[in-house]
Design a protein around this ligand. Structure first.
Ligand code: SF4
Ligand code: SF4
Length: 212
């Protein structure tokens, strides 16, 4: 029997703190670069992103459950269509580029509950993998245009994602009662998170520790 992985309020609060830390860093970098999304002809919500935690999946569902039933049905139906379109692209070896089912007229339908990746796209960022290898993200095309002109011979400011991802990993482990390494890995799109339902694990494995 499967049992839902519920995100307790105290852990949801910690996740919001991580998001706020990211927001502060993002704003700092955007300010230094004189970068903003205002007037952008593109919308990066059509990027194909995978997400990796039960924590964010459960947090998305907290927001989804607050929508009225009609709205939920609409988003679920759009998510199914989105998955079909992505499957077609994946079947021919392409990377899907389909507008996120939560995006309406350029706005996020679950803005307060959008995921970490949604919040990081745009400005340059770096992160260190557990093997010590550093990954560098150049930012979106518009940000790269600014960097190419203003930072020709120097490093642009960037968001350092590593501490934020460590905090998220620690939170995930706490949600899963310290058993994160033993449980099925999450590798899932937002549409799948909605269509599959809230995260669930075999009964007895959904244990969590809410101690501070
Ligand atoms: S969840 Fe919201 S912010 Fe993230 S890709 Fe979808 S519409 Fe965009
Ligand atoms: S992050 Fe870049 S591509 Fe995406 S909306 Fe903002 S300016 Fe446009």
């Amino acid at each position: 029997m499967m049992q839902e992985v519920v995100l307790p309020e105290i852990l949801a609060g910690r996740l919001k703190e991580i998001y706020q830390g990211l927001q502060d860093e993002y704003d700092r970098v955007a300010r230094e670069l004189h970068f903003s999304c205002n007037g952008c002809p593109d919308n990066c919500c059509d990027s194909y992103f995978l997400h990796h935690t039960y924590t964010e999946w459960a947090f998305l569902w907290i927001g989804f459950r607050r929508l009225d039933a009609n709205r939920q049905d609409t988003l679920l139906s759009r998510s199914r269509t989105w998955l079909e379109e992505c499957e077609k692209a994946l079947a021919v070896g392409g990377r899907p580029q389909v507008m996120c089912p939560l995006n309406e007229n350029g706005l996020c339908g679950l803005y307060e509950h959008r995921l970490l990746v949604c919040r990081t796209h745009g400005v340059p960022a770096r992160m260190k993998r557990p093997d010590g290898h550093e990954l560098r993200f150049p930012g979106c095309f518009r940000c790269q245009e600014i960097v190419a002109v203003d930072y020709l011979d120097k490093q642009p400011p960037h968001v350092e994602r590593t501490p934020l991802l460590h905090s998220l990993a620690a939170l995930e482990n706490q949600l899963l009662g310290g058993k994160r390494h033993l449980l099925p890995k999450v590798r899932i799109t937002i549409a799948e998170m909605l269509v599959k339902g809230p995260p669930a694990l075999p009964a007895g494995h959904e244990g969590r520790n809410t101690e501070p």
